[in-house]
Design a protein around this ligand. Structure first.
Ligand SMILES: [Zn+2]
Length: 84
């Protein structure tokens, strides 16, 4: 199962919390769950923790998007030999 949440390290209190990858994108704001600091996600941020979280969230979203809707269609038949 794919983990849909991205770890975010708060630069102020150095604690880690998690937020849904679907929400973590440029312009998203959330409060640190430990110290309540407002964190703004900006890909141009000087905070490497924020940039890392944005990158992780993007990768997770891409993985979720790439996941086939019908997994049974992919599994099983290795190689398509049913060409007309
Ligand atoms: Zn914090």
């Amino acid at each position: 199962m794919t983990e849909e949440k991205v770890k975010i390290k708060c630069t102020k209190c150095s604690q880690v919390f998690r937020e849904r990858a679907q929400k973590v994108r440029n312009g998203f704001q959330t409060n640190c769950q430990h110290c309540n600091r407002l964190i703004t996600f900006d890909s141009a941020s000087e905070d490497k923790n924020i940039r890392r979280a944005l990158t992780s969230a993007k990768e997770i979203r891409m993985t979720l998007d790439a996941r086939p809707k019908t997994e049974s269609a992919m599994a099983g038949s290795a190689g398509d030999r049913s060409q007309v």
